[in-house]
Design a protein around this ligand. Structure first.
Ligand SMILES: Cc1cc2nc3c(=O)[nH]c(=O)nc-3n(C[C@H](O)[C@H](O)[C@H](O)COP(=O)(O)OP(=O)(O)OC[C@H]3O[C@@H](n4cnc5c(N)ncnc54)[C@H](O)[C@@H]3O)c2cc1C
Length: 559
């Protein structure tokens, strides 16, 4: 991509006095989170309006910003029909290397076997992913994208939400039943609602991204991180390949370094040459300085306004947990909101969004803070000593090499404390691995899932008493779709042996529960409805322990 796309501004009908009624869902912000959410909602039959203050994707030019997309994200994008475009355009990588004192002290290969549909990670500039999501959304008749629509104020009333929106044609007022704030780190919606995040920390650590286009360099397509590169004054460097022969280089700045001077053409070129060890030709696609902080809202919902993505939580990029986390927020919220609007679930279901995704955000923050302390110990002498000792030992001792923490990469969140998992135990609250079932047809487990809940029966035939499909629940016999490799892969990944076990899977590909064949509730569809309405006795019984546990997650993130 040489230039970012520019999307057409269209005057909102409200500005011409057209009565459009209350929008079922307004999503504020067409970034990764808002676009994913809107696409998912539209696919689920919900009319959705997206308001964005800009008319393009990405930020400030061709900024790569986010670029590492995790397997869980690829599974979600697969469900939304965007994964193929991402995989084809992006660079898949499985090998990561960590260097201390310019010596490789650790390497890892992610998921070497071929059991799963998506292995490892795909690197792709965030603006490409956003553009693919916009393309998909523009094909959805139920989705309306309003560019150059800047939300200025948001007020809640008893029956809905009122938004004041600034456009090139003036300000209009629109009403919504539900608003989801996906408007990023400086969320205007958050401010308008008087909600403030808990700030865990903010450091002086600053970095410069230099995205370079290198055509004649044969570097392996691997993730390399130097903790103390000689070429960068003993400070850290990240190196990733992205699309269009572009390499993303992140250089940690010295504490006394002037970011403006570091961003001069001559200084950037010298930095890249020092890393390469030779004066090769290259183009600079983009550069920018970044810093980071960790923060999280105390609740992701205030009545009819929900918060997702960077508007709800902020995390350092170590581990690629920000954008991946926002996409997973969208994945978690869309089906809940859709079922609520269809009248198939009570509002309590939204509490599970708050609990599940806030716990996930706090875990991401906990992980990222640990990495950040290692990468930038600051003036904390005990951490400096500990880090120096690990680096000195890392080249010779595996134990020390494993302690070098340049970022633990994004992994799918588990929801053990969810009101849904509590109700539906055992085995609930983990993402269902997308196991390849059939090599020739490339069919995988997620392809068998229906739009809402799916009872996966691991047996050669459906049990005689399997109920007919219901509007909310489909039954699928898995064995009929497997070849021999698929059966082995299922045994390896899920531990199932085709002996009739039934796994109940949520619309977001998370396991709600699994049972031996003779233990499945007799009226499973009714049982699912009871879970959604939260009116089953065990759902109520678990509310108090959850409230207690939430405190412990905050404490863990703060450590
Ligand atoms: C250097 C760096 C590297 C990163 N690397 C990774 C990575 O490799 N992987 C990863 O997963 N994450 C990464 N991240 C994090 C990732 O970029 C963010 O988490 C992600 O962009 C969050 O998406 P979002 O949609 O929640 O918010 P945003 O991307 O900030 O989108 C918010 C949208 O809301 C719009 N908006 C704002 N205010 C208004 C308003 N008042 N009215 C209407 N619209 C509004 C904005 O124009 C924007 O389109 C990185 C971040 C940085 C800074």
């Amino acid at each position: 991509m040489r230039e970012l796309p520019v999307y057409a501004y269209v005057k909102a009908p409200e500005l011409d006095g057209v009565h459009v009624g209350s929008h079922p869902v307004v999503v504020v912000g067409a970034g990764l989170t808002g676009l994913t959410l809107a696409l998912d909602l539209a696919r689920r039959g919900v009319r959705v309006t997206v308001l964005d203050d800009d008319n393009t994707v990405g930020v400030r030019g061709l900024a790569s910003r986010g670029m590492v997309w995790a397997r869980r994200t690829l599974d979600i994008l697969e469900r939304l029909g965007v994964a193929r475009a991402v995989a084809e355009k992006g660079v898949r990588w499985d090998v990561g290397r960590v260097l201390c004192r310019d010596v490789c002290v650790a390497s890892f290969t992610l998921q070497e076997q071929t059991d799963l549909r998506h292995n490892g990670f795909v690197n792709l500039q965030q603006y490409y992913l956003e553009a693919f999501l916009v393309d998909a959304l523009q094909r959805e008749p139920l989705a309306e994208l309003r560019w150059l629509n800047c939300v200025q104020d948001v007020q809640q009333t008893d029956d809905g939400v009122t938004l004041h929106v600034q456009t090139p044609d003036g300000v209009y007022v629109c009403k919504a039943q539900w608003v989801v704030a996906c408007d990023g780190a400086h969320s205007r919606v958050r401010e308008a609602q008087g909600v403030r995040p808990q700030v865990f920390d903010q450091t002086e650590d600053r970095w410069i991204i230099i995205d370079v286009v290198l055509r004649d360099v044969q570097w392996p397509e691997e993730r390399w991180t130097w903790l103390d590169a000689r070429s960068n004054h003993g400070r850290a460097v990240w190196r990733h390949k992205m699309a269009d022969d572009t390499w993303r280089l992140d250089f940690q700045l010295r504490p006394d370094e002037d970011p403006a001077a570091a961003g001069s053409d001559a200084a950037m070129r010298q930095r890249v040459w020092d890393l390469l060890g030779e004066r090769v030709e290259f183009d600079i696609a983009w550069h920018g300085v970044w810093a980071y902080r960790h923060e999280c809202l105390e609740t992701f919902r205030t009545a009819r306004v929900l918060f997702a993505g960077d508007a709800a939580h902020l995390v350092a990029p170590f581990g690629a947990r920000g954008g991946n986390g926002g996409i997973q927020d969208a994945d978690n919220l869309a089906w809940k909101l859709a079922l609520l609007l269809r009248g198939d679930a009570g509002e309590t279901l939204l509490e599970s969004y708050d609990i599940e995704r806030r716990d996930a955000a706090l875990e991401n923050i906990r992980q990222a803070r640990r990495s950040a302390r290692f990468v930038y110990p600051g003036n904390d002498q005990s951490v400096v000593l500990w880090r120096d000792a690990i680096m000195a030992l890392a080249a010779r001792h595996d134990v020390a090499a494993r302690m070098v923490n340049t970022g633990r990469l994004s992994a799918p969140a588990d929801y053990p404390d969810s009101i849904l998992a509590q109700h539906a135990c055992p085995g609930g609250g983990t993402a269902l691995p997308n196991v390849v079932l059939h090599r020739n047809s490339e069919l995988s487990l997620h392809d068998l899932l229906g739009p809402w809940f799916t009872a996966l029966v691991f047996a050669d035939a459906l049990p005689a008493d399997a109920r007919k499909d219901d509007a909310l629940l489909s039954w699928v016999g898995v064995a009929a779709h497997c070849d021999a490799h698929g059966r082995l892969a299922l045994a390896r990944q899920l531990g199932v042996q085709m002996q009739g076990e039934v796994w109940l899977v949520r619309p977001d590909q998370y396991v709600l529960c699994h049972w031996a064949q003779d233990r499945v509730p007799t009226e499973l569809a009714a049982w699912v409805r009871a879970v959604l309405a939260m009116d089953a006795p065990s759902a109520h019984a678990c509310t108090a322990p959850i409230a207690r546990r939430r405190g412990s997650h905050v404490a863990a993130a703060a450590r």
